[in-house]
Design a protein around this ligand. Structure first.
Ligand code: 13P
Length: 251
């Protein structure tokens, strides 16, 4: 399966800085074997500028969140049609920072994911266990609940449009990565669940790993079966590091 390497810039970079970083990534990847999909997730105000900056490349651009409704009285929110209007083709839903800081439940995440599909925006469903959940041996149960509820009502025919990202909360921004074995075990569980939901159609669903991915650990993670890409935070803010991670996925 073609890996997907995605950069989640979170709440960083002004428009000009975002466009410059995106252009540097596009330059850095020029001539790289086109066996890898690459998506950048800038903050909303930079999306249009980043779309423009990567227009001559294969890089695609996504939003970091969307509202479940298309329009209306939802102060501060961004809708699927607004993302499309800016040129975004993917969107993150259920990132742990949204769940923790903004109180998003699995049910809300599911509504957002379905809103993305309604507009043919490709959703990346983010799931992950906290440190306490892992210590309590609840990793599989938590991830299973997040995947099942997050994908509730998504019919088999749309499976190919879905990406799942396993991001253990304890590994995000901490420099502590899940070991390739730990990650691979959770990925295997997620793939089995997807198979249960969608049968053979689940084979086209990529499950990305996220959490302190760097050029130093990317190859070890990405060569494991069931890990079909990475969702990169901190290291995606450095063009050279991000391009090195993409090249690790090519290899
Ligand atoms: P870091 O790579 O900074 O740990 O962030 C991971 C992440 O949350 C990507 O969505």
């Amino acid at each position: 399966m073609r890996p997907l390497i995605a950069g989640n810039w979170k709440m960083n970079l002004l428009r000009r800085q975002g466009a410059d970083l995106a252009a540097a990534v596009a330059r850095g990847l020029r001539g790289t074997d086109a066996g890898v999909d690459v998506t950048l997730f800038p903050p909303f105000p930079a999306v249009a500028a980043v779309v423009e900056a990567v227009a001559d490349s294969e890089i695609t651009v996504g939003g970091q969140d969307l509202h479940a409704e298309d329009a209306g009285a939802h102060t501060g929110a961004i809708s699927g049609p607004m993302l499309l209007d800016m040129g975004a083709t993917r969107v993150l839903v259920g990132h742990s920072e949204r769940r923790q800081e903004f109180g998003e439940s699995d049910e809300v995440v599911n509504l957002k994911l379905k809103a993305a599909l309604r507009h043919d925006i490709l959703p990346v469903l983010c799931v992950g266990d906290t440190h306490d959940e892992r210590e309590a041996g609840q990793t599989e149960a938590v991830v299973e609940r997040q995947v099942r509820t997050g994908l509730e009502g998504v019919v088999t025919g749309r499976a190919a449009e879905i990406t799942v990202a396993y991001e253990p909360v304890w590994a995000i921004g901490t420099g502590v990565t899940a070991t390739p074995d730990e990650a691979a075990a959770v990925h295997a569980r997620i793939h089995a669940l997807l198979q249960e939901l969608w049968g053979q159609a689940a084979e086209s669903v990529r499950v990305l790993y996220g959490g302190s991915v760097t050029p130093g650990n990317a190859a070890d993670l990405l060569t494991r079966p069931g890990i079909e890409g990475a969702l990169v935070g901190g290291a995606s803010l450095d063009a050279r590091d991000f391009c090195a991670i993409v090249r690790a996925a090519c290899a």
